[in-house]
Write a protein that binds this ligand. Structure first.
Ligand code: HEM
Length: 325
């Protein structure tokens, strides 16, 4: 009993959770009650006008919340610009959802999509029940916005938050648009790498080729989550990167060091440069100012020796770690 695994572990850690969240978030957009055709004007507007840029960030936040709610090693914090929760309940979703005025039926439609996504992803019945229970426990808070009669009672409105976020420019994290801006860049960058001649499905590196061809379908959402988390941390944001379940962590304040997760892939310096090139192109396409593009490339470039360690000195890879299972 003492060794019983947490729900987080039984779901397959960050990667298992991100896989479910990815599926469920895509399907919610198509759902008639809460997606593009929703009668709730806020949800319809979000799906039609905002999802293109904000869906990657929403997937990131949902995954983070789920990791926290299932006993994983990360703590949910509301995204840039959201008022901090005044209560002790760290997981409360009342504030982020208030302006969306979500009704009870709309909540249930989303829960239905989550149930289907858990089935699609092969999550066993016992774990499915536990996840749905954690989700449903938030219902009253998520739908409270729809019960507030007087206008202006939510702690913030979506346009106000967007406006306030644009004015925040102190850290690179803020200038990139916080979690949502970073997750969008990571989404474009990660999708493009899969097709890249040097590191994607046709890579000469058999480990990268195999991953892109055979593992990406299930693991890409988790990789996007980890990349976003790392970038938030490395650019001065409010979250701290930890390697995903099963990857040996590095001690002594080297928490941003990417040597261990990359060791089994034996990435060469040429392959690293190809990845940096794609990152630069995507940042420019997202119209990130020149100085900030350089700042991101600098934090990324600092990892070159670490990321390529498995190729240069494989003997320094952690003993017994040959990749994720
Ligand atoms: C327990 C149930 C739910 C969970 C775990 C959840 C999770 C989250 C999280 C973590 C955020 C981001 C908050 C932040 O910015 O930090 C968020 C925002 C949001 N949620 Fe939910 N949510 C739930 C229910 C719902 C429902 C029923 C809907 C209806 C479709 C919904 C739609 C949205 C939308 C549109 C946003 C705004 C994203 C943005 O800022 O652009 N959520 N949700």
């Amino acid at each position: 009993m003492a060794n019983k695994k947490t729900l987080f572990e039984r779901l397959g850690g960050e990667f298992g959770i991100a896989y479910v969240v990815n599926r469920f978030s895509n399907q919610v957009l198509e759902n008639k009650t809460v997606g593009y055709e929703s009668k709730n004007q806020q949800l319809q507007d979000w799906s039609v006008h905002e999802a293109k840029h904000r869906l990657p960030g929403l997937k990131f936040e949902r995954t983070l919340w789920m990791i926290d709610a299932t006993g994983g090693p990360l703590k949910y914090v509301p995204s840039l610009g959201l008022p901090t929760n005044p209560t002790e309940d760290r997981l409360s979703l009342e504030i982020p959802h208030c302006p969306l005025q979500i009704t009870s039926d709309e909540f249930d439609a989303v829960a239905g999509e989550l149930d289907l996504a858990l089935l699609f992803c092969g999550v066993p019945q016992a774990e499915t029940k536990e996840v749905l229970a954690a989700f449903n426990a938030e219902k009253n808070k998520v739908i409270r916005g729809s019960k507030i009669q007087e206008k202006g009672r939510c702690p913030y409105s979506l346009p106000e938050r967007n406006q306030a976020n644009k004015a925040r420019t102190d850290t690179l994290f803020e200038r990139l648009g916080g979690e949502f801006g970073i997750a969008y860049v990571v989404e474009l960058f990660s999708d493009r790498l899969l097709q890249d001649q040097v590191v994607g499905v046709n890579s000469k590196n058999p480990h990268l080729r195999n991953w892109s061809r055979n593992e990406a379908e299930k693991r890409l959402p988790g990789l996007k989550f980890e990349r976003t988390l790392w970038m938030i941390d490395a650019t001065g944001g409010p979250l701290r990167y930890t390697p995903s379940l099963g990857v040996p962590p590095l001690q002594n304040g080297k928490h941003l060091n990417l040597a261990n997760p990359h060791c089994p892939f034996q990435i060469s310096r040429t392959e690293f440069d190809a990845v940096a090139g794609v990152l630069k192109t995507v940042l420019e396409e997202c119209q990130v100012p020149k100085a900030d593009v350089q700042a991101v490339l600098d934090v990324f470039g600092q990892q070159k020796d670490n990321v390529t360690m498995g190729n240069r000195v494989p003997s320094r890879c952690p003993a017994g770690f040959f990749g994720h299972s």
